[in-house]
Design a protein around this ligand. Structure first.
Ligand SMILES: [Zn+2]
Length: 336
């Protein structure tokens, strides 16, 4: 009975028939189809959001299946692009939802194009440079986005609404230096932390999409499921008047700077990219069994067929990757 599909959601008083009609007409982009992105996309698709754009540059691997809820063993076996595999699964879940998978690397040069034509962006990114790029585009286009991140048993989320809340740059004045923040590859992650953050993000998405402004939380939430802690930080008062992204004289520094220069090193099957402010000693300490060499000049580590060398001046040479995009993926994964 297809008429019954959304009956339990329509019965939920704050949504009702009117809210459901708005969801069916809504257009949303999800950046990243990893653990958070797949959990978010599944909930939005089941809720009846009419159009979903899925943006991801990566392929399904076996180590993804433990937490990336839309993928199967077959997806890993055929190394399916995550955006495409997620779209196939979502179409099987709800054929009335239009899914647009984009196998692309979101960068300064294409970010505005990739995020245009939607009303809301959900963050399923695995690294801060991309997240700050999303922040700049959304502030520039006056479009809300919902920040979310998780690692280990910890998760954090906040709605960013241009003109109403501080932006990510206000909250985090400088990009964390590469290697400073733990990533899922260095600290691991458990599935409930993913589902918790996705639930927070999608709840705010539903409020925004149906226009229930009064219900939208203006708080940052953080919780550690293993330790049983929960923190909330009121966002009012954190807006920085001089913010280069959401202030009155915004310059959008990442969009203006363009793509970080990645250089393919000819004849070496290697790509060189640059990352700011790497603390070599601290990074080496987190590498565990992947570490090959660590001294005052460089840290070298290995993951499968890929070997990377990180220098004190911020250069990272990644060997064993096909192109600059794969090198960026590798560095995001290890350096955050
Ligand atoms: Zn700001």
């Amino acid at each position: 009975m297809s008429d019954d599909r959304y009956s339990r959601q329509v019965r939920f008083a704050p949504i009702g028939a009117q809210g459901q009609a708005r969801l069916v007409g809504a257009r949303v982009a999800v950046v990243g189809c990893g653990a958070l992105g797949t959990a978010i996309a599944e909930q939005l698709c089941r809720a009846g959001v009419g159009f979903l754009r899925l943006i991801d540059r990566d392929f399904v691997e076996w180590s993804n299946l433990q937490r990336q809820s839309l993928f199967s063993e077959d997806d890993a076996r055929r190394a399916a692009p995550k955006a495409v595999a997620a779209a196939e699964r979502l179409r099987a879940i709800n054929s009335t939802c239009v899914i647009e998978p984009l196998v692309e690397d979101l960068r300064a040069a294409n970010a505005e194009r990739l995020l245009s034509g939607v009303a809301l962006v959900l963050d399923g990114c695995d690294n801060f440079p991309t997240r700050h790029l999303v922040n700049e585009v959304c502030c520039k286009l006056a479009m809300p986005w919902i920040y979310g991140a998780c690692v280990g048993s910890y998760g954090i989320s906040a709605p960013i609404i241009p003109g109403q809340t501080p932006c990510l740059r206000c909250l985090q004045d400088e990009l964390p230096g590469a290697g400073e923040t733990p990533t899922c590859d260095t600290a691991g992650i458990i599935p409930p932390a993913v589902q918790m953050v996705a639930a927070w993000q999608v709840a705010e998405a539903l409020k925004l999409l149906i226009g229930d402004q009064a219900a939208v939380r203006r708080e940052l939430w953080a919780s550690d499921l293993w330790r049983g802690t929960f923190q909330r930080l009121r966002l009012t008062g954190w807006r920085q008047a001089g913010c280069p992204v959401c202030g009155s004289a915004a310059t959008y520094p990442l969009l203006r700077a363009g793509d970080d220069a990645a250089v393919v090193l000819c004849g070496r099957d290697a790509v060189q990219i640059r990352r700011a402010g790497i603390d070599l000693a601290a990074f080496a300490g987190r590498l565990g069994g992947a570490l090959l060499v660590a001294n005052t000049h460089l840290v070298r580590w290995q993951d499968g067929m890929v070997t990377a060398t990180c220098f004190r001046d911020g250069r990272v040479i990644v060997q064993g990757v096909a192109d600059a995009s794969a090198a960026r993926t590798f560095c995001d994964r290890w350096l955050g």
